[in-house]
Write a protein that binds this ligand. Structure first.
Ligand SMILES: Nc1ncnc2c1ncn2[C@@H]1O[C@H](COP(=O)(O)OP(=O)(O)OP(=O)(O)O)[C@@H](O)[C@H]1O
Ligand SMILES: [Mg+2]
Length: 517
């Protein structure tokens, strides 16, 4: 039953504006649906949610008097006393969500419990109930929100483009779909499915949300240390991204942001990751509600925890255990790579002058060797586009190098008049590629190569949106795609400089960059 909170409790709740954009409306409505134990949650939006949002659930619904009360400020069925703030088992607790939405938009709420014959329809706007009617509807609740910020022009002006708002909504639904795999989530834009996540086992859910490339590279995590249990999946070290968009953290199944957890997980990978690559993970942390505080920020995306050190340790151990037990680190290294460096060094020792002259090379020369042989070139005219001027070329910064050797096929050891130079082949290779691509892009001529077998690539729903939005830019860059169905695309051409063995990761990285833009 919904009650109005006492003044003394109200004063203890972190207050502040929670509705900033369409995604914040959807967050409030989806969390209410989850708290109402819905099994299926459908979100319909038009114009990136700017003109219309509708969230439909099959949860408990509300009785007629609760339906009238729920849109009032500080009206909640989830807590009653100040102490309850330290024992929160629901996503909501402030009694503010619906009131904040009704204050800034036109709202039609329909709801029915299974005990009732008919449901009730409430029309409200600008904080006031305009109409109450009985309606014949299914059990559950639907809330339709239109004309967001009709009475707050300043906030309306700050809304981003339809695509940007839609991307935020897709990211939001992705998070809840990952946190609640047993529930069905569906997101539709202008009547078209953007995301559909049926009720599934956690691993099958990952397949839907991340695609098979990523899902097959995930390692399960299940670990308990004292009062904290960590459960979910971490990517094996070959599955990385340029940014943190595929890192999902839930505490007691509430999506949150938390630097301690991210650091613990990233530290657990230690040297298994290349510098500046981000791991992929979906982890839920179960903690006694009594030792965490969710009431820190009105948006409830940050939590305060009493024992941060324990949290760090537990996460670190959980991830390290899973990575170790999946035997990622080969125990026996190839002897050849170990002995390669000393051998070269010995030759240098014996024939100092000649050997040094023979191996004098620029970093590019060294790295070119690492770049696979390329097949037929096919030049394609593209429009010249303004591109950032590359910084000073790496080769100009580092003068002639004398190559000494290569360690583990990863690090080149060289020297010049400044001293010893160690080059991370992977990082330097990327840099050389980048400079070449930018040079070609600037000249308006990107050499592309057609793949003999088109490459099938799976994308997340958010990446799929970005891809469709930027399909022309991508083709100017040399990446030409064909539709395959669902969140899978066929990559037909790649920029020539990458060679035909270009890792799929490059495509995900380019999309991440386009997303930041
Ligand atoms: N979809 C729904 N199904 C059933 N009951 C709902 C639904 N949405 C809201 N309610 C009821 O309305 C009340 C008010 O919802 P509202 O979102 O405003 O506050 P809250 O969820 O209690 O707290 P918060 O402000 O933190 O979200 C809820 O406590 C719940 O009882
Ligand atoms: Mg709520």
């Amino acid at each position: 039953m919904i009650k109005l909170l006492e003044e003394s409790v109200i004063n203890k709740i972190a207050a502040g504006e929670v509705i900033e954009r369409p995604a914040s409306v959807i967050k409030e409505l989806v969390e209410n649906a989850i708290d109402a134990k819905a099994n299926s949650i459908t979100v319909e939006v038009d114009e990136g949610g700017k003109s219309r949002i509708k969230v439909i659930d099959d949860g408990t619904g509300m009785g007629k008097s609760d339906a009238e009360l729920c849109i009032q400020r500080h009206a909640t069925s989830k807590i009653e006393f100040a102490d309850d703030l330290f024992n929160i088992h629901t996503l909501g607790f402030r009694g503010e969500g619906l009131a904040s939405i009704v204050a800034v938009a036109q709202v039609v709420l329909k709801t029915k419990t299974k005990e009732q014959e008919t449901g009730i329809k409430i029309t409200a706007s600008g904080g006031k109930i305009l109409k109450k009617e009985d309606v014949a509807i299914q059990n559950g609740t639907s809330v339709e929100v239109s004309d967001l910020f009709f009475n707050v022009p300043a906030r309306k002006k700050h809304l981003k483009t339809m695509q940007t708002e839609l991307r935020q909504i897709t990211e939001l639904i992705t998070r809840y779909a990952l946190a609640y795999p047993e529930k069905m989530f569906r997101l539709m834009h202008h009547g078209n499915d953007l995301l559909f996540s049926p009720s599934a086992e956690p691993l099958d859910n990952l397949l839907t949300m991340f695609g098979k490339d990523a899902a097959y590279a995930m390692i399960p995590v299940e670990y308990t240390q004292k009062d904290i249990t960590v459960k979910g999946f971490v990517g094996n070290p070959t599955l990385t991204r340029a940014d943190k968009t595929m890192q999902h953290i839930f505490v007691n199944r509430r999506p949150i942001k938390n630097d301690v957890i991210v650091k613990a997980v990233t530290d657990a990978y230690h040297t298994l990751l290349h510098l500046e690559r981000q791991p992929v993970f979906v982890l839920n942390v179960d903690i006694k509600p009594a030792i965490i505080d969710v009431n820190v920020h009105p948006q409830k995306t940050t939590i305060r925890i009493e024992k941060e050190n324990e949290l760090y340790d537990t996460l670190f151990n959980a991830v390290r255990n899973s990575l170790d037990s999946s035997k990622l680190i080969p125990v026996v290294e190839s002897r050849e790579t170990f002995i390669q460096a000393p051998l070269i060094a010995k030759n240098i020792e014996e024939e100092k002058q000649t050997v040094f002259e023979q191996v004098e090379q620029t970093p590019q020369d060294i790295l070119e060797k690492a770049i696979q042989k390329m097949t037929e070139e096919k030049a394609v005219e593209v429009k010249p586009v303004a591109v950032p001027k590359p910084e000073t070329k790496a080769s100009e910064k580092i003068s002639k190098l004398k190559l000494i050797g290569c360690v583990h096929d990863v690090f080149y050891i060289a020297q010049n008049e400044l001293g010893l130079v160690i080059i991370d082949q992977h990082a330097a290779h990327e840099r050389v590629m980048y400079e070449k691509l930018m040079q070609q892009f600037g000249d308006g001529k990107i050499a592309v190569q057609e793949l003999l077998e088109p490459e099938q690539i799976d994308f997340s729903p958010t990446e799929m949106l970005l891809l469709k939005e930027n399909i022309e830019t991508l083709s100017e860059l040399g990446f030409v795609f064909d539709e395959f169905g669902g969140n899978t695309m066929l990559l037909r051409t790649v920029p020539f400089i990458f060679g035909k063995n270009m890792p799929k990761e490059v495509v995900h990285d380019v999309l991440a960059q386009l997303g930041e833009k």
